[in-house]
Ligand binder design. Structure first.
Ligand code: SF4
Length: 315
């Protein structure tokens, strides 16, 4: 399988590019996720010419348009970083990135809650790093996350699920993206979308049903935007339970009374928070194989990302 291409703040890969010549190696990103993705490292401060080592810097002023200032000599270096950032995002357009992992708290790379110093000299955690801000504005549909937040199992699964969906979407478009392929894409992602938002699932279904009446480019843009919006919404115990019960309906005729009972109990344990999602999913996958359910076999909800990442193993 071709790897997912992700942008990443260079220091997270262990490269000594920080202001003090250090790094912020994150072993989950390099050793675990790194087996499935190909990273495109970006270090805004080093690449825009500030050098290594360099003076540390921080943000100050207006949270909507902050100034990047060197901490000791108080030089305003905003324009240098901004003009580099605008060029860099254009280059990144060619890289087919399906996501970006930013280094938290950085005045250049932080995605959110970066310190901004006010006139009173007090920091408030309300900012976005200069490069991260330019990137997110330029690529509003590309999933983004930060190293720290990726240690939260729910946020981690959400991000990784989205990068794999976006990769499949790009592949489908790359192969022509005709209406038939879009219908198949939608059909195979239906339950995954439902686990985030039944409302978005219905809107996407309508869009696909009326595909012939919309101009192709417009259809793709609308679909992708709604899809990414849906997947950003949190998938909860309740939403997953609904999907699991819905899945069970496909085996009405095949399951024995005992198998039905067992599946119901497992779903109930999941709903009460006793079991992780992987337990009912594994049982359902077993029945999909045993009773040869072609429609469910194709459902990405049952296999959204490599199982070795163990993203559904938390309670
Ligand atoms: S946080 Fe960003 S700017 Fe700072 S060293 Fe890491 S990649 Fe470079």
């Amino acid at each position: 399988m071709e790897k997912v291409r992700l942008g990443i703040s260079t220091c997270l890969l262990g490269e000594p590019v920080r202001y003090d010549g250090g790094h912020r190696l994150d072993r989950f990103l390099t050793d675990t996720l790194g087996r499935y993705v190909e990273y495109m490292p970006v270090c805004p401060e080093a690449e825009c010419g500030f050098g290594i080592p360099r003076e540390s810097m921080h943000l100050e002023g207006d949270p909507q348009a902050p100034t990047l200032v060197t901490s000791r000599t108080k030089r305003d270096v905003t324009d240098q970083l901004l003009s580099w950032a605008h060029k860099r995002v254009k280059e990144l357009e060619r890289e087919n990135l399906c996501g970006f992992i930013f280094k938290s708290n950085s005045p250049s790379s932080g995605m959110e809650r970066v310190k901004i110093f006010g006139r009173d000299g007090m920091p408030r955690k309300i900012g976005t790093g200069i490069f991260a801000g330019v990137f997110m504005k330029y690529f509003p549909l590309i999933p983004v996350e930060e190293d720290g937040r990726l240690h939260d199992p729910v946020l981690r699964e959400s991000f990784i699920e989205r990068i794999f969906v976006l990769k499949r979407w790009r592949e489908m478009i790359g192969q022509g993206g005709k209406i038939g392929s879009l219908v198949e894409f939608h059909s195979r992602h239906k339950l995954l979308i439902m686990a985030h938002s039944a409302r978005h699932g219905a809107s996407l279904g309508k869009l696909v049903a009326g595909a012939k009446t919309i101009q192709e480019q417009e259809l793709r843009e609308q679909y992708q935007s709604l899809l990414m919006e849906a997947l950003k919404l949190r998938s909860t115990l309740k939403k997953n339970t609904n999907v699991l019960q819905h899945l069970m309906g496909y085996f009405k005729k095949e399951l024995s009374a005992d198998e039905k009972q067992e599946l119901l109990e497992v779903i109930d344990h999941y709903h009460r928070g006793d079991f992780p999602l992987i337990v009912p999913i594994t049982l359902i996958n077993h029945y999909v194989r045993k009773y040869e359910q072609p429609y469910l076999k194709g459902q990405y909800y049952l296999n959204p990302h490599p199982v070795e990442l163990q993203l559904r193993n938390h309670v």
